[in-house]
Every structure is written in C-alpha cells, then in structure tokens.
Design a protein around this ligand. Structure first.
Ligand code: ASP
Length: 347
C-alpha cells in the first residue's frame, strides 16, 4: 500500500510564482509508468491535500498510523511518500507509535519532483516498493520495521537524519549501519535489522502524542535569562538538551541550578549530543554535573528520535519515573546503551 502525504516527489512548479507546490497522487503515479512492470497489486491512500512536510504534525502521524494499522493484515508492506524536511521525525514517531510491527514501513521521497527529467523520485519510489515487498528465504517480510529509503541506502527510521538539502543521498544514520545498500541490486544487511521473535502478536498502536516537549540547544554565551525562560515554559514536561561533545555543558552554578530546579519541578531533561556521531557518556566533569542535577542520558539517539520518543511516552500516560526509565532503554532499536549504561538510570 502506498500512502502519499506530499513532499517534493509529487510537487510541480507553479507557472506564475515558480514555487514548488504539492500535487495530487494521479500526477505522481502517471510519471512512473515503470511501476506497472513490477506486477504487484498496489493500492493507495492520499492526504487531501498533500502537504509540504514542513506542515507535518503529530495529528498527521496519527493519520498515517491509522492508515497502516487498519490495513495491516491486507498488505505485505507499506510505502509512505513524504517530504524530506521532516521525514526523520515522521520515521521516528511511527516507529514508536506501532509496537510489535512485523511488516515493512518504507518512507521515501525525492530531492527533485517526479516530473523532472533528472528526478531521483522514480528510482526511490520503485526501490521502496520492491523493499516493501521483499521477503526472506523462509517467506517472512525482509524488513520488519520503519525505515527510510533514499538513493543508495535503507536506514532504520529512528536512526536517520536529513543531512543534505541537495545531495541525492540526503539521509544518513550516523550511529547505526545501513539496513541495505542499493546498487545494481538491493543488498540487505539482515544482521542489522530488527527481527521479532514474538510470533503473530497484533500491532499495538498509540494514537496519542503529548507535545509538551521542547529542544534546548546549548551555545557558548547562552544566558541564565534565556535558559530559565525556556525551562519555565508553561506546561512543559520534557526537554531534549542538546549538549556539547560527549554530553558536556557549562559547569557554572547558574546553569546547573536552572537545570536542577527544572528537574525538581518534574521536568524530564534528556541529554543528547550536538555531534552528528557518537554518544553521551560520562567522560568529563562537565557531563557529571548534569547527571548530579538529575539529567538522564539519551546515549546516541538522534534529536528526532529523542523528541518523538518523549511525545510517545508522555502521550502513553506514563508517570515521570517510567518515562525516564523508558527513555534510557532501546524500545525500537533507536539507541545503543554504552557498557556503563546502568550508571545513567536516574529516576
Ligand atoms: N519542502 C519539501 C518537503 O519536505 C522538501 C522535500 O520534499 O524534499 O515537503
């Protein structure tokens, strides 16, 4: 099943303004006659109207989840066509929203509209459909998770990040290997993929996300006023704190005090690194001060995964101590705990 949400892949140029605008599904599929050569039964659902993914919201993630879960038994796999700008957020959110998922959900899009001569959309769409239909030697779905297919790689959805606004290889997972390499053939790396051992348990879907979360990105010069103002945002429950290097932050008293106060008010503060690669770990005193203030480790999670995981956990109605525990364990392969992981569980 194809779920068309919008994005560059289906856009055409407005003849007056020259801006790219989303267009309907028939336009998109008319431009890929080769898809018929696959000989698959393909049905589709389309957002009405299709959107630029800058307008994507948790309400849309719920719509996509509903579309997948209500059609789960009828299809071998799902392809979600999506703009690249927020694709990694959607992929992360969907991975958390569908528990026990054993079928492929392949998200793709393109850098150039499908009607353009040099489009990458045709190849991405065809490859995504082939991956969604691929099976193992014993007839199981090859991919049993939410993944992003773009140009030469298939990435775990909650590990991927958009890294380029113009390169055809627009996505990368900096902390986890690719699930497949696409060249002349599709070379699956089965050892890197999630495999479910629980048999045929129904998918458990989450239709409630709590958006009382925010990201605070540290920078030299951040002031006490700015930080305290952000942490005093009414109703805020969770903060993804983007720190330096291996999870380090200013050691100044005003900084640690502001964080400690927020934690004392019941706000969950999760430490992820600003670096594209690597993990939060306790290597420096500058990181230890955060742990002492009650900040928990997001290990090597992407910002997209950390933020959507918080929305999911708070949306599930878990108490704060449970949210903290779940944030520090891998639910859908989104993080790699370091050997010293036990030291980070602060609830
Ligand atoms: N602005 C577009 C979107 O995310 C960009 C793209 O699709 O590549 O919808």
């Amino acid at each position: 099943m194809l779920i068309y949400t919008g994005g560059t892949i289906g856009m055409i140029e407005n003849p007056v303004t020259k801006a790219l605008e989303p267009f309907d599904f028939s336009h998109l599929i008319d431009n890929v006659p080769k898809i018929k050569m696959l000989n698959y039964v393909i049905d589709n659902i389309s957002f009405e109207p299709p959107i630029d993914s800058s307008d994507m919201s948790p309400a849309h993630w719920i719509d996509i989840t509903r579309a997948i879960v209500s059609n789960y038994d009828a299809y071998d796999g799902f392809v979600v066509l999506h703009g690249t700008d927020t694709m990694a957020y959607t992929a992360s959110a969907l991975s958390f929203m569908m528990e026990n998922m054993c079928k492929p959900v392949i998200i793709t899009g393109s850098q150039l509209p499908i009607g353009e001569v040099r489009t990458d959309g045709e190849e991405n769409l065809i490859t995504a459909v082939q991956i969604a239909a691929a099976q193992t030697a014993d007839g199981q779905p090859m991919v049993q998770e939410v993944a992003i297919l773009f140009e030469n790689y298939l990435w775990r959805g909650n590990r991927a990040t958009k890294r380029s606004a113009d390169n055809f290889n627009a996505f990368k997972s900096h902390n986890y290997p690719e699930l497949a390499k696409i060249g002349l053939g599709i070379n699956f790396h089965e050892e890197a993929m999630l495999r479910h051992t629980h048999g045929a348990i129904p998918v458990k879907a989450c239709y409630s996300l709590d958006t009382s979360v925010m990201v605070i990105d540290l920078f030299p010069g951040i002031s006490a006023r700015t930080l305290r103002h952000q942490l005093a945002t009414p109703g805020i429950k969770g903060v993804v704190l983007k720190t330096y290097g291996a999870g380090n932050a200013p050691t100044a008293e005003w900084f640690i005090d502001a964080i400690r106060d927020a934690v004392a008010r019941g706000i969950v503060v999760l430490n992820v690194t600003q670096c594209v690669n690597g993990s939060v770990m306790r290597r420096y005193a500058a990181g230890d001060a955060l742990v002492a203030a009650g900040v928990i480790s997001g290990f090597d999670m992407t910002t997209e995964a950390a933020l959507t995981k918080m929305m999911f956990l708070f949306g599930s109605g878990l108490p704060v101590d449970q949210v903290k525990k779940q944030l520090q364990v891998s639910l859908r392969g989104e993080l790699t705990p370091t050997p010293a992981s036990g030291r980070y569980i602060v609830v």
